[in-house]
Ligand binder design. Structure first.
Ligand code: MLT
Length: 324
């Protein structure tokens, strides 16, 4: 083959792959979720996945690849073909904390992923089993102080947002509490309802149904202001614990190297999703928020991911936080 024919052939192939990327998606897309079904990450991924399926005319199918605090799924996604047919939905804190906590987590949260957008900001709530004899956060802290090492909490595994939030709670309240890791916050909540766990630092995306059904109690929200949809729930500061503020961000990433037209289509669909009244209502009904101005772009998610990587690797060192 002459050099000219070879160049023409290469140009045809490049043209073909750009045209294919512009038609994207032409087949189902897998959304890797690194936690069990039913938890906050899964719920947010399903709400957006339904929207993307409807608007882009292909199924966005959830694959729950749970384990090791979300790092099993993160590694699975980082190693997927960067063709736009595998994308990743994760909570930003465990995404960036994973490599600092698990030696097997051989991925780079920034370099291996391309930010698409934040799905939801979800404050953490102090959620207790129904029959725990504590009516307020103040009571709860006093009870934990008189029962050191007795109260156990469930999380989605070492380094998950629900783990890190409770570690922070323990440090700020000065209490000795026991961590019980699960493969996702969904199964942990089932055990809280059953009464085998005492409490969780959970997100509305997970606990709202149980709270509304009266099977668990919510003592406080770990943010500066009350959530408008839950005016009866005091902030941690109002309930006697200053500085306990932790918000989880659930986010969508493409795999680094995904063709630009496919990334652009995902980003465009995400921007449209933010304006969809039905989707916004589904998120706010779960005591969480769709990103507002300044937070609603891939660049904002990229900058946040970099910032959180520094923040959590520092906190992990300082607080001597372990995976278990
Ligand atoms: C987390 O704690 O990081 C997430 O809430 C886990 C989950 O989605 O189950």
């Amino acid at each position: 083959m002459s050099m000219r024919t070879l160049l023409a052939f290469a140009a045809t192939l490049a043209g073909l792959s750009i045209a294919q990327a512009q038609d994207y998606p032409t087949k189902p897309v897998t959304i890797v979720v690194p936690f069990a079904a039913g938890g906050p990450t899964d719920v947010a991924a399903r709400i957006y996945g339904e929207y993307f399926s409807r608007v882009l005319g292909q199924q966005f199918v959830i694959e729950n690849a749970a384990g090791a605090g979300g790092t099993t799924g993160a590694l699975r996604a980082a190693r997927a073909a960067p063709d736009g047919y595998t994308i990743f939905v994760h909570n930003v804190a465990p995404h960036v904390a994973g490599p600092a906590l698990y030696p097997s987590a051989q991925y780079d949260p920034v370099k291996n992923f391309e930010p698409i957008g934040t799905l939801a900001f979800a404050a953490h709530y102090m959620v207790v089993r129904k029959d725990l004899p504590t009516a307020s956060l103040k009571d709860f802290i006093a009870y934990a102080k008189t029962n050191p090492g007795k109260l156990n909490y469930g999380s989605a595994g070492g380094g998950s947002a629900t783990h890190l939030a409770c570690v922070l709670f323990g440090q700020q309240a000065g209490v000795d509490i026991v961590h019980v890791p699960y493969r996702g916050t969904g199964p942990a909540l089932n055990d809280l309802v059953a009464g085998t766990l005492d409490f969780m630092c959970d997100q509305g995306l997970n606990m709202m149904g149980q709270y509304q059904g009266g099977t668990v109690r919510v003592l406080a929200v770990a943010q500066a202001t009350r959530f408008p949809g839950l005016p009866e729930v005091p902030t941690a500061a109002e309930a006697g614990l200053q500085g306990f503020e932790v918000t989880a961000a659930t986010a969508m990433y493409a795999i680094a190297g995904t063709p630009k037209p496919a990334v652009a289509k995902l980003v465009g669909t995400m921007s449209a999703a933010y304006k969809d009244p039905a989707l916004r209502k589904r998120i706010s009904d779960l005591a969480s928020e769709v990103p507002g101005p300044g937070q609603d772009t891939p660049d904002a998610l990229g900058a946040f991911t970099v910032k959180e990587t520094a923040r959590w690797s520092e906190a992990i060192k300082k607080g001597n936080i372990k995976a278990q």
